[in-house]
Design a protein around this ligand. Structure first.
Ligand code: NAD
Length: 294
């Protein structure tokens, strides 16, 4: 199938590569030229704008940082809606606020374009392996139509409800991940300051109730002081902002999320916005004047 792919960053690039591997023909666009070139080297066709992608493809995937970027790509000048034929399907896989997904879906519907939101969890390693967890919202018939395409990038794809439900699920995911990294960092700083080797702590507890995918993925990075992204602190700030805003709109209160948000803001202020979110450990390291290292 001919698929348009817009947003070829840390996640978009490997996801697009897996679509090519699955036999699809790709037409790609990104505002960064090198990202387009990385994909044409893999056999994708370059487009000069999102509009041009839409003129060529009846199925378009977007993987962009946040709501304003998706709105610009879909509704802006030289955007998808300027080029899309009626009946085109848009799958927005970016993590954005659920209400913005609904707003974009409405604008798409006015032009006869069908849209679902389908953000992912799993990070870069799972994007590379094609084992992402996809959580989708919108018309179930559209979800069923694109299911196989989603499964070329993921190990699971779950339809969660109406449009926006994918991103609501993703916000829940991001709250859990942020709080989990903070919990792990806090606990490993405690054991480090008390004089126990973090490798021993990790080996001893990873198989018990405290163990988690987050611990398995992030503690080895923390113990090596490797905060190369991965998932950037600035993107997690964006997600927690969306979670707090959505929480306040729906009357759900998120005191722990607010606390971790402040830690992320401090790290951003210290110049760590482009580091991996496992860098939450650096907040504890700075305060305790110690490092969690092998
Ligand atoms: P990224 O910043 O690496 O990539 C975003 C890409 O979008 C960049 O290449 C950028 O040039 C492009 N872009 C921005 N504005 C554009 C525009 N107007 N037109 C065309 N291209 C444009 O971010 P990422 O890490 O790949 O994340 C993308 C989305 O996936 C985010 O919503 C993020 O929250 C989510 N996500 C990321 C991870 C992760 O581990 N990195 C995991 C799950 C979900």
């Amino acid at each position: 199938m001919k698929i348009g792919f817009i947003g070829l960053g840390i996640m978009g690039k490997p996801m697009a590569k897996n679509l090519i591997k699955a036999g699809h023909e790709l037409v790609v666009f990104d505002v960064i030229k090198q990202n387009i070139e990385a994909m044409t080297a893999e056999g994708a066709k370059a487009a000069a704008s999102s509009k041009e992608v839409a003129e060529e493809c009846r199925l378009i995937i977007t993987m962009l940082p946040n709501g304003p970027h998706v709105k610009a790509v879909v509704m802006g000048e030289n955007g998808i809606l300027e080029g899309a034929a009626e009946g085109t399907v848009l799958v927005d896989m970016s993590s954005i606020a659920p209400l913005v997904s609904q707003e974009i879906c409405k604008a798409c519907a006015e032009k006869g374009v069908k849209m679902i939101d389908a953000p992912v969890s799993g990070g870069e390693p799972k994007a590379v392996d094609g084992t992402l967890a996809v959580m989708a919202g919108g018309d179930k018939a559209i979800f069923d139509e694109v299911y196989e395409v989603l499964m070329a990038m993921g190990a699971s794809a779950v339809h969660c409800g109406e449009v926006g439900a994918g991103n609501t699920t993703k916000l829940a995911n991001q709250v859990i991940v942020a709080l989990n990294i903070a919990a792990v960092s806090e606990a490993f700083m405690l054991s480090t300051k008390a004089g126990v080797n973090p490798v021993k702590v990790f080996d001893a507890i990873k198989g018990g109730l405290a163990g988690s995918n987050v611990m398995n993925a992030k503690v080895p990075m923390i113990m090596e002081g490797n905060f190369k992204p991965g998932f950037k602190i600035d993107l997690h700030i964006k997600d927690l902002n969306n979670a707090l805003e959505t929480g306040h709109e729906v009357g759900a209160y998120l005191p722990l999320t607010s606390s971790v948000m402040e830690i992320l803001q401090i790290l951003h202020g210290d110049g760590h916005g482009q580091d991996d979110h496992s860098g939450i450990a650096m907040y504890y390291e700075k305060n305790a004047n110690a490092q969690i290292r092998k």
